[in-house]
Design a protein around this ligand. Sequence first.
Ligand SMILES: [Ca+2]
Ligand SMILES: [Zn+2]
Length: 627
Amino acid sequence: MISRQFALSAIIVSFIIGAVGVFLFISQRLERCAAPPFVDPNLLPNARFATPGDVAGLPEGWGRGAGGVEVRGPAVDGQGFDLDGDGRALQLIGIANYALTPPIGVQPGTAYCFTVAALTDSLLRSPTRARLVFEWYDDQGMLRERSVTPWQPVVLWTPERSPDAWTTIAGYARAPQTARILRVRIEPSSDDRIYLDMPRLQRGGHTLPPAQNADVSPPLTIAPWPEGYRAAVAFTFDWETAMGGLIHSRSVDDPLADEDPIQRGMRMRTGVETSMSIFARYNVRATYFATGYNFLMGNREQRRFMNDPVFTWASAANGWRSDRWTNRPWFADDPYGTVATDPAWYFGDQIDPLRAAGHEIQSHTFSHLYGGYADAATWRADIEAWNSVAAERGVGIARALAFPWSSSAGMSDTNWDVLEQAGIRAVTRLSDYGPYNLFPLDERGLVRDPHCRWLPGREGRIITCPDFYLTPARAKLAVAQIEQTVAAGGMIDIWSHTEEVTSAAQQAAWEDVVSYTVGRGDVWVAPFSEIAGWQIARMTLNITTLTEPTTSTDRGRSTAHRYQVQNTSPYHLAGMMIDLPPDTADVAINNDIVPREQWQHSGWLRIDLAAGQTVEVTLWPTRSSSR
Ligand SMILES: [Ca+2]
Ligand SMILES: [Zn+2]
C-alpha cells in the first residue's frame, strides 16, 4: 500500500517536472523566436499583410525603398506564393530595395528577435540571400543605431523543383539605451525576386544570428582620399566596336540607335584619338571600358567566341529594335576582315597607344551582353573570352566592369558570384531604375550621395561607384556634380562613349570638364580601378587599439595611445592620411619618431601602406598636469 504522503509527493514532483518541462519548452521556443502554444507574443502589427495601406500593394504600416515591394499571392492576384495558407506573401525585388516592417515600441536593454520565411522564384534560377537591419529610433523618431545580421540564404523555387521548405531569415539584437521604436529592414543581395511570409518580432531569440552594430567608427580617422585630396574623379569611356551596342542596338537607352553602326564604329575609333589628345594636355590618365572585338587586329581566321551564342533575350519585347537577334548568332555580322579592311569592327591597333599614354583598359564585357538577362554560364564565358583576347594584346585580366546599357537590373546572386570569382572588384554603369538604383539622383539630376559603396551582399569584395553621363548639354551639370562630390568628399565617374567625343561641341564639353577638374587642384584624378582599389583598401583597413605597453621610446611623457593599422587588401595605400588629435605631442611609426614638421602643420600623418602591410602607430598626447 502506498502512503498518502508518498502519493502526494509523487504528484507534486511530477507536477514540478511537468512545469519545468513546459517552462523549458516555452523558453526554447522563445529563444528560437517561435511562438509557444496558446499565446502569440508576435509584436508586429499587420504581420499577415491583411490590412492594405495607402500605397497600392503595400500593407498598412509597412515601408519600402522603391516599387517592387507589394503583396502578392493566390488570394491577391492569383500569382506568387504563400506559406501559411492565408493566400498572401510580400514580394521584394531589387538589390537597392528593401521591405520595412511597421514601427514597434521597444524597451532599451531588451533583446528582440525577428524571423521571416523567404523563397525566391528567380527568373535566372539562382538562389539568393537576404539580411536584416534592425533600425533603432529614439523618442523623437530619429534613427540612432542600426544592427545588421549576416547575409543568409534564400531557397530557390523552380517549376520543376519545389523546395521542401522556405528558408528562415532570422536575427536578434538588444535595444540600445536610446531606442524607443524598432523597424526591421529586409534587404536582398541581388535582383532575384523574393517572397516573404510569416514575419514575426518578439522578445528573446538568443539562439538566432546576432545583429551587429553597423555604425561603429574605427579608433583612428583615415582621410577618404590620398595626399589630402578632397574627392576623386575618374574619366571613363564605354568603348566598343561595331560589334557592341552598335550592331546590337537597343531602341531604348540609345539615342543614336537609328544611325549606321559602321559610322558609329568609326566614331568610336576617332573618339579614342580625340579624348587622348585632351587628356595629354592635362596629364590625365583615363579608363576605357572595352568590348572583346576592341582587342582584335581582325578575324580573317573566323574565330568563334563564347561558343557562338544566340541571345534569345535580345528581343523586341525586351527593348531591341527587332527580333533579329533572337535567332541569329550574336557575332554573325563579323565581316571576318582586318583593322585595315574593317576598321569599325576591330580596334586592336589602338590598344598599345592607349596603354603607352598611361590609360587603363577595363571590361565593357566581351559580347556587350545585357547583364540582367544573361545567365551565369554566359557571364562566365564572356569574362573568360574578354580576358583571353585582352591577354593577346598584353592587357591583364579585368578588375573593373562597366555594364553595357547600364544593364545591371536583373543580375542574379549567381551572376554576381561569377563576376566575383573572375576577379571583378569594381563595377559602374549600374541600373538607374528605382528598385535597382544604388545611386538615386536629386531634383537637379545629380547623384545625391556620390560615394562608392559596397555591392550589397559583397561587402569587402566588390565596390560599386556612381557615374555621370557627360554630353555637351550636361557639361555645366557635370561641373555641379563635381562640386557636390568635393563637398561630400566622394567619388564620381564622368563618362560617355568615345563616339561622343568627336564633334567640336563634344570635345569642347570634355575639355571644359577636364580642365575644370584638374584646375581645382583638390581632386584626385585617376583611372577607375585605381580609385576603386584605393577605396577597397581604405574601407577594409583593420585598425585596432593596442593595450600592451610600448617596448621602447617612452619619451618620458604621458601614456601613449598605440594602434595597429593593417592593410588587408591587395592594393597599395600610397599617401594614406591619418587624422591626428589636436593635442598630439609626438608620433611614432613602428617606434620611429616622425619629425614634427611632417605632421604638425596639417594635423595629418602621411603613411604609405603597401598591400598586406601592418604598421604600429603611437601617439603621445600633450603632457597635462602630471609628470
Ligand atoms: Ca501568407
Ligand atoms: Zn556600350
